[in-house]
Design a protein around this ligand. Structure first.
Ligand code: T1G
Length: 686
């Protein structure tokens, strides 16, 4: 880490260089305080430009320091030193001025930025609030309403919008260093602007705080930090600077040690590690500049849209002209929906759509870099597609199957150059869900695997490498969850109670509501395949519902009844009667919400541990990412594996043993017992 000071005439340029994102390590904080002292003492210096080397302005406090006791100089003191400097400091912003980085910029007398820069206070996404004056200075600079939006949502704003808010003084066209130097020369002789800390806050209009609290609570759901951030901003608007700073600091330190902050930090680092698996270090990915999708159904259209959103030209192949038209219409419907929801302008949607060419001739793919198959989940159909592709496509074209359940090795058996083949399992809707399970076969080449991880980065997806088994990582765990949920029904719980308990834990919906939404027939199809493999999937009630064609919302009834045009689930007497019959000879018991959650979550952890022990997943954190980004597991819980470790694996094992003794869950796996004895899942990751 270096902070260098260059003098050009009466302007001093302080350059921060702390790769990769100029995070505010202790050494950097110390160097900034020393720079203020040195430049205040230099009579030749009239103004100071604070600029950063590398990809970005200061992107925040050093998150890797969070688990450790804070060391001086503390960031609020660094910001106060800059704000109290005798010479005006100008923050010259490129990349992302985030968190502590923006707080440092707020300590500066002025802020300038290039138009591509973004500025934000994302702390709530880490389960904390700004801890160096962000909630206190921001309302003094841009008013309470804009400050509430920026801080409680945690999303950055672009430089132009920041200028409109008064967060940035000037947007610099062209070279930032030259532009910020020119700006500094322009203000060098002027008197210092009033420090933000001593400015008054415009009074909020009547009822503002009450409505803000309702809006923030609705969006934050069970996350604590957003409402605490709102309280800190309100304090800043209603008390003096010093009292508000003390409140903010106290709140920040309390949240920093919270379970939610630990969980969100875990997810933050897991998400950054996922696109760069250590086993691919040094492998050069094959270039992917063009793509094709075979199959224009829901998945194929979603994948085509995801590829287009990443700027790749796409050929959408279907079996005949009519199917091609239908496929293109499916893609267009996605973009029409995005325009209708205000996510895209019509011009952008048209441009995206123009990049999708439909066709029923595989010959169109002779020079395509990547082909993703998304046809019907039938082995023979898929094998026929790849037989044609391996004859038509370049020998170095990456060929991928989007299969959810079939063995990619069986699909690719016999194709030419199998080293270029693997599974790319997208989650529906493929242009929205961030999870991408990457499933190599035994012959997949490293540079093809690396190309898939690079593609995930290009698609802004979270890639997780999965080994081959029934359901890979996510759907294999889902099968256990569904079987476990039925087991509870046969021992005294109801679908509504199970769903309510899982919502209370933080899931967006419970297992029965989710099946009614997705359709019970999909899992029935997979259970049929499992039985043909000689397995005995446990779904006594679901099988009977499917026999009655009760497939969920799409048939007006599944686990619940639905009134026409109303998606609200209603408890079903039909289902209750079937449950009662299936439960007839089984012991019944009362279930509390916490006991239901344990009986669903801990078997989930048990199966996830088997997946880890079998190396189907390489890291416990990868399994957390699968559940969060593929199945809605609450981010602020960190994922099932983080939740289990934070709770204590010994307790997880003890509760599972009790449930198993009652025949209500499988006993803890050997791997889970080993991880509990070792104090964590890392014992299984070596
Ligand atoms: N601290 C430490 N390391 C960080 C970091 C941070 N704040 N941000 C990123 N990294 C690492 C990351 O782990 C990865 O490491 C590398 O940088 C590239 O990251 C007091 C308390 C800045 C938009 O929340 O949003 O300030 O894997 O792959 O896609 O009020 O990183 O290469 O070894 O994400 O170009 C607030 C979080 C902190 C910003 C760049 N700041 N970072 O995205 O690269 S709390 C944040 C990001 C705070 C104050 C409070 C993004 C990025 P490695 P990357 P990118």
């Amino acid at each position: 880490m270096t902070v260098t000071i260059a003098r050009e005439g009466s302007i001093a340029v302080v350059t921060v260089d702390n790769p990769p994102v100029n995070a505010l390590s202790q050494a950097l904080r110390q160097a900034l305080v020393e720079a203020v002292v040195e430049l205040d003492a230099d009579a030749t210096v009239k103004a100071v430009v604070l600029i950063c080397a590398g990809r970005t302005f200061i992107a925040g406090a050093d998150v890797s320091e969070f688990g450790k006791p804070p060391r001086p100089p503390h960031l609020p003191d660094v910001v106060a030193a800059i704000e109290g400097a005798k010479k005006p400091w100008v923050a010259a912003i490129h990349g992302s001025a985030l968190g502590g980085g923006l707080e440092v910029a707020l300590g500066c007398a002025y802020r300038v930025a290039v138009s591509s820069a973004s500025l934000g206070l994302p702390e709530v996404k880490l389960g904390i609030i700004p801890g160096a004056g962000g909630t206190v200075r921001l309302p003094r600079l841009i008013g309470a309403a804009a400050a509430v939006d920026l801080v409680t949502g945690g999303s950055p704003v672009g430089a132009k919008r920041a200028e409109g808010l008064g967060l940035v003084d000037v947007v610099i066209d062209g070279d930032l260093r030259a532009g910020s130097m020119a700006f500094a020369e322009g203000i060098a002789e002027k008197s210092l602007p009033q420090p933000i800390s001593s400015r008054a806050v415009p009074a909020a209009e009547a009822g503002f705080w009450e409505s803000a609290e309702k809006a923030v609570a609705a969006k934050a759901k069970r996350e604590i930090a957003p409402l605490r951030a709102l309280a800190s901003i309100r304090k800043a608007c209603e008390t003096d600077f010093a009292e508000a700073m003390a409140f903010e600091r106290e709140t920040f330190l309390a949240l920093r040690g919270s379970e939610q902050a630990a969980a969100l930090r875990h997810v933050f680092f897991a998400e950054r590690a996922a696109p760069r698996p250590p086993e691919l270090a040094g492998i050069t990915p094959r270039d992917i500049r063009s793509a094709a999708v075979i199959g224009g159904g829901t998945m194929g259209a979603g994948i085509a849209a995801a590829l287009r959103d990443a700027g790749l030209p796409v050929v959408l192949i279907e079996r005949d002209a009519t199917a091609v038209e239908r496929g293109l219409a499916n893609v267009k419907a996605i973009y029409d929906g995005s325009v209708k929801r205000g996510r895209l302008t019509q011009a952008v949607a048209d441009q995206r759509m123009a990049g999708v060419a439909g066709g029923d001739d595989y010959g169109l793919l002779a020079d395509t870099d990547l082909v993703i198959e998304a046809v019907f989940e039938d082995l023979a159909v898929k094998r026929a597609v790849f037989e044609t592709l391996s004859a038509v496509c370049r020998v170095d074209a990456v060929l991928a199957t989007n299969t959810s359940y079939l063995d990619p090795g069986a699909i690719s058996d016999g194709i030419a150059h199998p080293e270029r083949f693997l599974g790319l399992h997208f989650f529906s809707p493929a242009h929205v869900m961030k999870l991408l399970e990457i499933v190599p076969t035994e012959t997949t080449a490293p540079e093809v695997l690396a190309a898939s991880f690079a593609l995930a980065r290009q698609l802004a997806k979270i890639p997780v490498r999965a080994g081959i088994c029934d359901g890979f990582i996510g759907n294999r765990i889902l099968k256990v969850t569904r079987a476990q949920a039925e087991r509870l029904l046969l021992s005294g719980a109801t679908p509504s109670a199970v769903d309510a308990a899982m919502r209370a834990f933080g899931l967006p919906m419970g297992p029965f509501e989710a099946q009614d939404l997705g359709g019970l027939d999909i899992a029935a199809f997979q259970r049929k395949a499992a039985r043909e493999r000689g397995e005995t999937p446990f779904a006594p009630v679901a099988e009977r519902l499917c026999a009655l064609q009760r497939f969920g919302q799409k048939t007006g009834g599944g686990w619940y009844d639905y009134q026409p045009g109303d998606r609200a689930p209603k408890p079903s007497e039909t289902v209750a009667a079937i449950i009662a019959e299936e439960a007839a000879d089984r012991p019944q018991r009362a279930w509390s919400e916490a006991e239901i959650a344990d009986a669903i979550l801990l078997p989930m952890v048990n199966e996830a541990t088997r997946i880890l022990a079998e190396r189907v997943a390489l890291r416990a954190a990868d399994i957390d990412l699968v559940k969060i980004h593929g199945y809605g597991f609450p981010r602020w819980r960190g994922g099932p594996m983080h939740y289990a470790e934070a709770r204590g694996l010994a307790d997880v094992v003890a509760v599972l043993d009790r449930l198993a003794a009652e025949g209500l869950a499988e006993a803890p796996s050997e791997g889970l017992r080993r991880a509990a004895a070792a104090g964590g899942f890392s014992a299984l990751e070596r």
